[in-house]
Design a protein around this ligand. Sequence first.
Ligand SMILES: Nc1ncnc2c1ncn2[C@@H]1O[C@H](COP(=O)(O)OP(=O)(O)OP(=O)(O)O)[C@@H](O)[C@H]1O
Ligand SMILES: CC(=O)N[C@H]1[C@@H]2OC[C@@H](O2)[C@@H](O)[C@@H]1O[C@H](C)C(=O)O
Length: 373
Amino acid sequence: MENRDGDVGEGLRTVVGLMSGTSMDGIDAALLRTDGRGRVEALSFLTIPYDDRFRVRLRACLGRTDGGEPVAEVERELTDAHADAVRRLLGQAGVARADVELIGFHGHTIHHDPDRRLTRQIGDGARLAAATGIGVVNDLRGADVAAGGQGAPLVPLFHRALAHGLARPLAILNIGGVANVSWIGPETSEGEAEVVACDTGPGNALIDDWVLRHGLGRFDAGGALAATGQVDGAALAALMANPWFDRPAPKSLDRDAFDPAPVAALSAADGAATLTAFTAESVARVVAHLPAPPVRWLVCGGGRHNATLMAMLADRLRVPVESADLVGWDGDALEAQAFGYLAVRSRLGLPLSLPATTGVPVPMRGGVFHPAG
Ligand SMILES: Nc1ncnc2c1ncn2[C@@H]1O[C@H](COP(=O)(O)OP(=O)(O)OP(=O)(O)O)[C@@H](O)[C@H]1O
Ligand SMILES: CC(=O)N[C@H]1[C@@H]2OC[C@@H](O2)[C@@H](O)[C@@H]1O[C@H](C)C(=O)O
């Protein structure tokens, strides 16, 4: 068990992982038991959606590198909303606060430019620790970026822990606002495996923004709008002409890295179809940057609910493309679980990232610990 100073010993510990993702849909909160190595047991999960007012204020913070208002005010509010999420999660799970040893708090990325060694997640770790009475690890990307890494994706080591026993090479694809892949190679006799990772390109963010702009909701539910449209080949080619796609892995993206101008003149349905194809095509393009083509793709994140996108992926990848739920994982919960897992690794002094997952020069520890208030 962890004591109040946050020292952790060996063995399973009960932790909370918190993620506020680039799609800005809300807070994902997961309760799990893990040793920060090969053992993970999911206990409970919930999402608390942001209301539209807060979403607008959060969006206004994107790209901000200064600390003034409204960023500081949004950060306080976001932190308090995370404290509420922890309370609700523990209530739902029937677990007492005193039995939770640690919180992994991702916060919300408002700026990500690793080539300039900048990444910023808002979320006040000390305030969350004081509000919950539980030790908090935050700033999980900072050390990686400071050392010259991409600072993202960070879920690959968690994906590797989950992938034990599954056919290799395996690709685990997360389609959130941005999409990222973990390629997991053959398992060695010691249970280790090579892992290579990168962001692949856009996920749902461009589709969400398009649908919102056309007054058709917050996202393309089930991919229904895209299913009625035609992919515009010229617009898709223009989107794919971005030199970022030729960069080798590891590489990462900020939410608004791609300009959707090529679809601007299309109808709502054709624009949705083309942006959906953009996500699928950029995933297919990443295969050339992986050590070997995956034999199976397991998809997590909200994008797996988009049937049109899943069909476009299957069409291009030509191997099984399936929801991660099929192997017993909760595809909505994985990212939040990952930050609980990484918080434990942080306290154990284990790496959160590797040269092949973020481009960091050496396996990199990370995270900043805030003792329980
Ligand atoms: N039923 C659905 N049909 C189509 N798309 C959906 C559906 N449900 C969720 N989504 C998409 O999933 C998105 C949310 O995905 P998710 O929660 O995985 O993203 P995130 O965690 O915010 O992002 P990131 O992984 O980039 O940090 C929504 O914005 C929406 O585009
Ligand atoms: C800078 C940042 O917050 N990146 C996110 C974003 O959302 C998806 C993709 O881009 C991924 O690189 C990352 O999140 C996941 C959880 C990660 O670090 O693995």
